[in-house]
Design a protein around this ligand. Structure first.
Ligand code: SF4
Length: 404
């Protein structure tokens, strides 16, 4: 029987870098990107080559979810996404009911692209709005306005997308609880199937971290907390269910791809910086664009796709994480799993690791059940609302001592 597989495809190009962004992405003015688009074209070809390198094992798998993320995948030219997905389908069997998502940024989506995505089998779109207020978007260094978002949203709906996520950020410099609530209200008027809202994190090395003026405008901790609580109240009142700490969906529209990460099922990541958890190994690709493209060219010049997989020639661009032992996997399984409101299954834990969840984590689970932060019902262990509100503190207690 074929095993389930998910595939992530990283498209690291953006129009311009946002001030808070520490994702692996390049603005058009980045010296690593040339104006003729040669790097973009070579990158798309390299993704297709990387896909080919899995040809010899693909018959054992069926692809249940695909996520094209970035970066800004919608920056690719018409035909390029189609090319990648056609290559993928020529190698892997893709389930007819597969969830196939593309991330899109307002200002980069056209009706032609939206139609192409649907033709290529993409059935879910994730749009990065972040805020419905143009002054807040400007603070974040976003390239688009709220009005451009509305136009992109309409383009997606008119093209026929029936499963749309809208990404939001709270605790933006200059944002107030009032303006955040207004953003939520405007988003709800669009009636998307899924909404994600993450609190802004100031990452070292980003322009935001160096900008004292912007930093001075960050909402205080209490306002941040109020925004977080408002998200749950407002969205739950409007028929969205929180299924993960920061993710809300109408019934049946939970993001299946993200659930694969949180349940630690197998996935392959393609492109620079992409991580994989596949065949018992955890590895991530080089962050270096030139090395990635050059290696894909060299390797494919000399070998067939079968030889490439078997010789593991691509290991030169892959960092294999050798530290993954069963203790680490159990820890990650619990920490990712408890992010979801459904929690973790004691039976699944035993099937995977051959240990009882209670033998490994009994003390910590019992103490949080006693304090009302966790529940254990019908074989599922999960955080209560009280527990979710302080989840960071609780999850640390599931780390083995040396990692605390
Ligand atoms: S659009 Fe997304 S990936 Fe691109 S720079 Fe902005 S935050 Fe980063």
């Amino acid at each position: 029987m074929r095993k389930n597989l998910s595939i992530y495809i990283h498209i690291p190009f953006c129009v311009k870098k946002c001030v808070y962004c520490d994702f692996l992405s390049f603005g058009a003015d980045d010296p690593q990107i040339n104006r003729s688009g040669a790097v973009r074209k070579a990158y798309v070809q390299s993704i297709c080559r990387e896909l080919l390198s899995y040809k010899s094992i693909s018959k054992d798998y069926i692809v249940r979810t695909i996520f094209i993320g970035g970066g800004t995948p919608s920056i690719l030219l018409p035909g390029e996404i189609m090319n990648i997905l056609a290559t993928l389908r020529s190698i892997f069997k893709v389930d007819e009911a597969a969830e196939i998502t593309i991330e899109v940024n307002p200002g980069t989506l056209t009706a032609i692209k939206a139609a192409e995505y649907l033709d290529a089998g993409i059935n879910r779109m994730s749009i990065g709005l972040q805020s419905a207020h143009n002054d807040e978007l400007a603070m974040l260094g976003r390239i688009h306005t709220y009005e451009q978002f509305l136009a992109s949203y309409q383009t997606a709906r008119e093209a026929g997308f029936r499963n749309i996520n809208i990404d939001l950020i709270s605790a933006i410099p200059g944002q107030t609880l009032h303006s955040y609530l207004d953003t939520l209200e405007r988003v709800l008027k669009c009636r998307p199937e899924h909404i994600s809202s993450y609190s802004l994190i100031v990452e070292d090395g980003t322009p935001l971290a160096e900008d004292t003026e912007l930093l001075a405008k960050l909402p205080d901790e209490e306002t941040d907390r109020e925004m977080y609580e408002a998200t749950r109240k407002v969205l739950e009142m409007s028929g969205y269910k929180r299924y993960e700490i920061s993710n809300y969906a109408k019934p049946g529209y939970e993001c299946r791809h993200n659930i694969v990460y949180w349940t630690m099922d197998e996935y392959i990541g393609l492109g620079i910086g992409a991580a994989s958890f596949f065949n018992g190994r955890r590895y991530s690709n080089t962050l270096d664009m030139k090395q990635y493209i050059r290696t894909m060219e060299d390797v494919f010049d000399k070998r067939s796709a079968d030889e490439i997989y078997q010789s593991q020639a691509l290991d030169t661009i892959r960092h294999i994480d050798e530290t993954v032992d069963v203790d680490t996997l159990m820890e990650e399984y619990v920490i990712f799993g408890l992010r979801m409101t459904r929690g973790i299954s004691a039976a699944d834990f035993y099937d995977r690791f051959g240990h009882s969840l209670y033998d490994v984590y009994g003390d910590v689970i019992r103490s949080y059940v006693a304090s009302g932060h966790m529940k254990d019902e019908k074989g599922m262990v999960f955080l209560t609302r009280k527990g979710i509100d302080v989840s960071n503190r609780i999850l640390v207690d599931f780390l083995h001592d040396e990692n605390k």
